[in-house]
Structure formats: C-alpha cells, structure tokens
Design a protein around this ligand. Structure first.
Ligand code: PMP
Length: 296
C-alpha cells in the first residue's frame, strides 16, 4: 500500500505541504505513549462530485476525542471540512480515505500537553467492490475498560489493542477478530462495530464500552427509514452463536457480512439477510444515489 508519492500534499497546521518533505520530532508523547487522536473518513466519487461522507460527524468526533484526553482543539470544524475538500482536489483524489491526526508537540512528560498540531492526509481508496464474507474469531484480548481509557474517543494508544487482536486473528487463519468487553459481552471488532440478526430484527451492543461508530449510527438511521427494528442491548457470545446472520460496519469496512464465528456458521444466506439490505442501502447513501433516483 502506497500512502504517498513525491507529489502528495498534506495539510499541516493551516498549510498545505509536500508529504515527502514533512517531518516530526522523535521526542513526543504521541509517538512514545500513543497520546494522539485521529479519525478515519471516506470520500466517494458520486454523481454530485467528490463527497466526504458524514464529514461533520467525523470532525465533531475528532474534537470530542481531543476534549476527552484534555488536548486543546483550537480549530473550526467547518474550516477543517473546507480544507479537507481542498486537500482532495490538490491531490486529485475522488475515492479516498482521509486521516486527520492531532498530535502533541515534543515533550516526554506524562502531563497533558497543551501544544498540539493537526495533520490531515488522504490516499486513494478503491471504489466499493463488495466484500467476501468474513471468518471471525472471538479474540483472547478484550477491549480496554472505559475506566482505563475513554472508549468514546478515537485515541491512537487504544489501537495497540486493535493490532494485537488483528494479528492474533490472522495468525489463527481468521479474517477478523471480535473483542469482548470487560464484562464478557460482545463489544466490537478492532476497527468496526457489529450487528446481529435474529428473527428479522437487528441487535447491537449499546454505547459505553465501544467506539460510537458513525456507520453504526447510520445503520440505525437506515433501519428507522426501512422499518427494521433495532435493539441496542448487551449481547453474549451465546447470543451471537444463535443468530441468523451478522455483519460488521465502519467507515473503511462499510457493511461487511460475517460467514462464521469460529465453528458457528450463520444459517441465513447473506444475500437474504437484513444485513445485505442494509449493505445495498448504505452503498446508495454514500454514493448519494437516493436523490438521483428521485430526480430521474
Ligand atoms: N470501532 C472501532 C474500534 C473503530 O476503530 C471503528 C473505525 N473508526 C469503528 C468501530 C467504526 O466507526 P466508524 O463507523 O465511525 O468508522
């Protein structure tokens, strides 16, 4: 995966700079302790041009993440959205993944650093191709307790946990890990939320011990429009292994069907599942196709 080339431009503290020539200090809390917050955002090539999906929600969550770890956020969300569109245009990107990161200035102490920088970079991301169904394992790692680190925030340091769980899942021959929370309930994947289907209804873990996914909120909204019942409740591995179907959702993942959890194969064919309906609708939404269909 090539994230940048000699022509790539990134946004750094109000300026557009050559990615290849930008540097950072090796003596900072972000690199050493994971004291940084970030976002993962998608831009889609739609019939209305390049559109950043849920841009405001993502930059608002970035702001909230910064607040939760006592980092200042001296930027205006509207301006950041405007600069991100400019960044995409400067790099001639249409289908893209956008990564804003707020990191601390050089300082190796354990006290919250008030001197912060914002960097936004973007790289090309394949247009939606559909996904193969995933083989999932229940991770031996659990999600950190919200008492140890705010799970509502997208903190860089929390992703050491995600790397461990993903590496373990792949080393055992699975595609993806599913992590439990500190009470043994289903939490989320290393980079996605989960929904399960049972008797035509969808169930998903409540907020509290998981990242409040913007895709998760979008799925719940789509279900309201499509008149599909969604229940937010704590779910056990037994609930999962009695479900009809299940899927992950996230900005990068979009909607990805799950074939199996360890030795349990979901009995409902993916194409006939509620998740497949959500997958089709989500695709129309991100590509802004619903308005298009109304117009023609
Ligand atoms: N959980 C975790 C741990 C994640 O990293 C992500 C990806 N940001 C998600 C859930 C899904 O969140 P979103 O839909 O906002 O991308």
């Amino acid at each position: 995966m090539q994230y940048f080339n000699p022509n790539t431009i990134l946004y750094l503290n109000g300026k557009f700079e050559q990615a290849a020539e930008t540097t950072t200090s090796l003596y900072g809390q972000s690199l050493h302790y994971g004291y940084a917050v970030f976002e993962g955002i998608r831009a889609y090539h739609t019939h209305n041009g390049t559109r950043i999906f849920k841009a405001r929600e993502h930059f608002e969550r970035l702001k909230r993440s910064a607040e939760l770890i006592h980092m200042p956020f001296p930027w205006d969300v509207d301006d950041l959205i405007k600069q991100t569109y400019k960044l995409l245009a400067l790099n001639n990107l249409k289908d893209a993944y956008i990564r804003p990161l707020i990191y601390a200035a050089p300082n190796m102490s354990l006290v919250a650093n008030k001197d912060v920088s914002i960097m936004i970079c973007a790289w090309e991301w394949d247009a939606y191709l559909g996904h193969k169904l995933l083989k999932v394992c229940v991770s031996s790692y659990e999600r950190p307790s919200p008492k140890s680190t705010p799970m509502e925030a997208k903190i860089s340091g929390n992703y050491a946990n995600a790397i461990l769980a993903t590496t373990e899942a792949k080393s055992k021959g699975f595609d993806e890990a599913l992590l439990l929370d500190m009470n043994g309930n289903i939490a989320e994947a290393p980079g996605a939320n989960i929904f399960i289907e049972k008797n035509g209804r969808l169930y998903t873990p409540p907020l509290g011990n998981i990242l409040p996914g913007i895709t998760r909120a979008t799925v719940i909204e789509l279900c309201r429009i499509l008149d599909i019942e969604v229940i937010e409740k704590h779910l056990s591995v037994t609930d999962l292994k009695h479900a009809d179907s299940a899927f992950f959702c996230g900005t990068a993942t979009e909607i990805a069907g799950i074939a199996s959890v360890e030795d349990y194969n979901f009995p409902v064919k993916w194409t006939e599942s509620v998740g497949a309906t959500i997958q089709r609708t989500y695709k129309c939404l991100v590509l802004e196709k619903q308005n298009y269909e109304v117009i023609i």
